[in-house]
Design a protein around this ligand. Sequence first.
Ligand code: NAP
Length: 479
Amino acid sequence: MSHHRVVVVGSGFSGIAMAARLAQQGITDVVMLERADDIGGTWRDNRYPGCACDVPSQLYSLSFAPKPDWSRDFATSQEIWDYLRDCVRRFGLLDRIALGADVVDARWLGDRWAVTTADGREWTGDALVLAVGGLHVTKRPDIPGLATFAGPILHTADWPAEDHLTGVRVAVVGTGASAVQLVPALAPRVQVLTVFQRTASWIVPRHDRPWSPQRQRRYSRMPWTARLARWATYARLEVRVLGFGRWERARQVAEARSLAHLAAAVPDPDVRAALTPGYALGCKRVLLSDDYWPTFAQPHVSLVTEGIQAVEPTGIRTRDGVLHEVDAIVLATGFDPAGSYERMHIVGLGDRELGQVWSHERATHFGITVAGFPELYLLLGPNTALGHNSVLLQIETAIDHVLDALRRADRDGPHVVTEAAQARFGRWVRRRTRHTVWASGCDSWYLDEQGRNVTVWPASTVRYRLQARRSRDRDYRRA
Ligand code: NAP
């Protein structure tokens, strides 16, 4: 068993960013435990055709590790994965990563965390950072008969190197962020593509363009131009937060833009009507695509909006009794954000187990700390996701909070967030969410079973930065 100043679980964007910032602060006694056999988190797992970022590349690098030579406005998953590997090299993190280390148990021993992996290896750390993300435990729909299907069933987040979908009849279940990228990429090479939609998505044009070599050179040679472009992109995205709040007019403008895009893309009025969302834009994640809607104008692509009744060996039967015969099924059905934590047994003060504590409500303080769990830090925890801007901004703010808290722990010993501070934060999230589009009545993975917002930060990134970047003494007590 080896002891470290900080144990980081996960080596996706947030884990790498955490270890890099620790290294910048001179804290190198760190181990990163990675379940898989390579680093990269969701950008390692998501390899489906067409997979790319729906946040502009300008904002999809860490502020302290700029990348001047993205190939295009919206980077592909491969390019982002390469960037993460480059960060690992740049910050000398390679020898701090333990691969195949699937953390199943973490226990607070009074002055340190003891962490155990599935294969029985153990580490201890003064602090434990869970950088496990929300997009890695896949959600497989509970459709009767799914296991009886005779052909392959793929999930977008678990794509095989060779998918064998060329020239065959494929069903795609789900029409969220992954599906709108996959469907246009798959259409040209399959015989028949049938998309099963439960809820239509709001989509706005992406306008993705390649970066010219001149632009890449300019950003390399004159980094201030890249910084300026990043700021401009940030400001353009940040104002969109108004549309998620009380400013209905901004939302209506975006809806009109989306509907104009739909009208231009889909000539058939029935298909167009079926693709038209019936809820306020922003309630579910707003999707970006130039080519998803136009794909439905192709003769071999069809949209099914009738509910799925069951899967049979040869296809999918809908509630109207029709059997849609297919050779392969792709599940674009997303992730279970809570599952990332539920797969670990995390025990804090007084034998409190995180899963049990959270069974009623996933309560935290700024999505970073949890009452009863000293020196435990979450990155991309509950209520930190965004609908309007790059989530990397949130990760960096949370990391500043952790670094601040670690300085206090060095000075005064281990601390834990107070119940009062956590409750105050919970009340504010509830109050604030009431006035946002997420509470406007649609069903989304942002909400828990009771309809509470447990996923999104319901305000601007500026506000998160101002409020959460410091770990304030009044919110913490000695553990
Ligand atoms: P998602 O947004 O949760 O979408 C899942 C889709 O599957 C929805 O259309 C959902 O329908 C449907 N679905 C789920 N269960 C179903 C069932 N039993 N029967 C029929 N349909 C079912 O998942 P995702 O597209 O994988 O995206 C998840 C998140 O990943 C996104 O919100 C985003 O944060 C992230 N993402 C990001 C990028 C990027 O470019 N940065 C790309 C892909 C994904 P309902 O809407 O009716 O529930």
